[in-house]
Design a protein around this ligand. Structure first.
Ligand SMILES: Cc1ncc(COP(=O)(O)O)c(C=O)c1O
Length: 362
């Protein structure tokens, strides 16, 4: 008996596999696999979350009005042009659904975030990869691959899993080289961690064009990954389109109130940023001292390359770390099978990581 067949392309999707959270026989593993916030959520966000439990029978505000107003105030944006989603993953999927379909191409850079090809295939579009240089998106290579069928270009800036970024001049050059019909989606999930003068999450690019969208998330520096909250800043016409196709209550009330409180707790966000800045630098240096190749990162994770030799490679390092109760992320799905991606965690976690890798390297 054969059941219904999914639409073409769906069965070509390799399901996204999230970072593991448990290790057999380990009570409290050190989870450095999903780029979650090292310090956990702001206590103010936790308190706000708790206030919602007794009114869980009520539908949430489907427009996320208060949260969008707060985002607008903090970032100097028109709230009417902000659309919230159940994580930025949902916004990525909605943009594909709205702007691409069978026969269309969705472009991204070689080691770009894995949800781009998944979201592309889910609407029947063809994902197209452009090569990178030095683990960094290459504007010329991306522009070279734009065809009459390209509908969306996704650029994570900075990028997961490489940790690299394009300076704002390069972003502008990318935008200027794109036809007006191609939507440029700047995925700035890690923007709040970046401390570089030549970096911009891309607001001014959205303001200056009808074909640029910026997406952001509360999963990273705001450490609310479990609540699924993301947002986008869009040209008015794109915001209108997203509001037509999103679920009417796509963001739950716990996410809205906790997000609002997290956004308001600027001191906690600053603390998280400073924590990351110091432990990113410390961990990078220690691992380089061990002779490991660590790609320069502006995010809350590092990409560490291991030698090809048996017993010394990324698979062996991963197994060794697991033996010490530490979960990193294998990178085969990103064509980086020789590397592990490791999140910057708390001080004790980073010390345990460095000690373990030091024993591994021997
Ligand atoms: C570059 C990038 N974009 C988007 C996301 C999705 O984040 P969320 O759906 O939790 O907002 C992630 C999560 O890891 C990411 O690394």
């Amino acid at each position: 008996m054969s059941g219904p067949a999914p639409r073409p392309g769906i069965l070509e999707i390799a399901p996204y596999v999230g970072g593991e959270s448990a290790l057999p026989g380990v009570g409290q593993p050190i989870k450095l696999a999903s780029n979650e916030g090292a310090l956990g959520p702001s206590p103010k966000a936790v308190a706000a979350y708790k206030t919602i439990a007794a009114t869980a029978h009520r539908y949430p505000d489907g427009t996320c009005a208060e949260l969008r107003r707060a985002l607008g105030r903090q970032h100097g944006l028109d709230p009417e042009r902000i659309v919230c989603g159940a994580g930025s993953d949902e916004l990525i999927a909605l943009l594909c659904r709205a702007y691409a379909g069978p026969g269309d191409e969705i472009l991204y850079s070689a080691h770009g975030f894995l949800m781009y090809p998944i979201a592309a295939r889910s609407v029947g579009a063809t994902p197209v990869k452009a090569p990178e240089s030095n683990l960094t998106a290459d504007v010329d290579a991306l522009l070279d691959r734009v065809t009459g069928r390209t509908r969306i270009l996704f650029l994570a800036n900075p990028n997961n899993p490489t940790g690299s970024y394009l300076p704002v001049d390069e972003l502008r050059r990318l935008r200027a080289g794109l036809p007006d019909e191609v939507l440029l989606v700047i995925d700035a999930a890690y923007a709040e961690f970046v401390v570089r003068n030549d970096y911009s999450p891309g607001v001014e690019l959205v303001d200056g064009a009808a074909n640029v969208v910026m997406t952001r998330t509360f999963s990273k520096i705001y450490a609310l990954a479990s609540l699924r909250l993301g947002w986008s800043y869009c040209p008015p016409a794109v915001a209108d389109v997203l509001n037509r196709i999103r679920g009417p209550f796509n963001v739950g009330a716990p996410a809205q109130v906790a997000g609002l409180a997290a956004l308001g707790d600027v001191a906690f966000t600053d603390l998280a940023r400073r924590h990351n800045e110091s432990w990113l630098a410390w961990t990078t240096e220690r691992l380089r001292d061990l002779g490991l190749e660590v790609a320069p990162s502006v995010c809350n994770f590092i990409l560490v390359r291991f030698p090809a030799a048996a017993g010394r490679d990324a698979a062996a390092a991963d197994a060794f770390l697991r033996g010490r109760g530490i979960i990193a992320r294998r990178m085969g799905a990103y064509d980086l099978a020789d590397s592990l991606r490791i999140t910057i965690g708390r001080e004790d976690e980073m010390r345990a990581l460095v000690e373990a890798l030091s024993d591994f390297v021997g």
